[in-house]
Design a binder for this molecule. Sequence first.
Ligand SMILES: Nc1nc2c(ncn2[C@@H]2O[C@H](COP(=O)(O)OP(=O)(O)OP(=O)(O)O)[C@@H](O)[C@H]2O)c(=O)[nH]1
Ligand SMILES: [Mg+2]
Length: 240
Amino acid sequence: MFIDELELFVQGGRGGNGTVSFRKEKYVSKGGPDGGDGGNGGSVYFWADPSKHSFLDLSYRRNIKAYDGAHGRGKNQHGANGTDLFIPVPPGTIIRDSDDYLLADLTSPGQKVLVAKGGKGGKGNTRFPCSRRRVPRLAENGLPGEEKKVYLKLKLMAQVGLVGLPNAGKSTLLSRITAEKPKVESYPFTTLVPNLGMVKVGDEGGFIFADLPGLIKGAHRGTGLRDKNLLFCCKYTTTL
Ligand SMILES: Nc1nc2c(ncn2[C@@H]2O[C@H](COP(=O)(O)OP(=O)(O)OP(=O)(O)O)[C@@H](O)[C@H]2O)c(=O)[nH]1
Ligand SMILES: [Mg+2]
């Protein structure tokens, strides 16, 4: 199945709480505060993974939450930071939030973007002593991570675009090498809009193949279906 649009709920991890603790040791009286800070929550990133071609894997996992930070502990022990999550998406993914604001346009492989920042960890009571408050019995709670709905859209980028005369057998070729079933008829200009399919190579790999509407002489002057197919090629294909 090929999925090129998806709505996801992403959430950064919650920051760990700071702790209230006092140093307790034999022969040490009034050892003072030693509560550690909570760790920061993990953040959620999306990154462009060239081995991905659709949102199929992500469609099984609509809520994505990074790990929470650990709480602080006595003896000034800082809680561990929550692990960040790096979600792989196909290059050509456009990410928008619920206000339709563009968060990212991931085009080049490896490019990454932060979409939900983890919450900050709370401070432990070690941080709160002052001359008027020698015994600080307060610590901060960790803050919740950023949360939002994001809309992913795959700007389909074909690696191969097939340009040719009408009725040449382009759609037939697409139907043989991919799982797509484009309309095939024995008259010219059967294909009016580009058809895209995934050519699988091995278990993981593959590339997107575009079958473009037929092109005839004088297309640039408006003959036939004109040259909008070529514009499509220039816009969406990376290699021809
Ligand atoms: N003899 C023969 N006929 C073919 C071959 N490939 C396709 N055809 C036939 O050629 C006709 C046109 O095929 P399409 O795949 O629709 O051609 P197309 O290039 O996509 O055509 P447009 O979309 O109109 O530009 C159909 O009747 C096919 O059955 C082939 O290798 N040999
Ligand atoms: Mg066709």
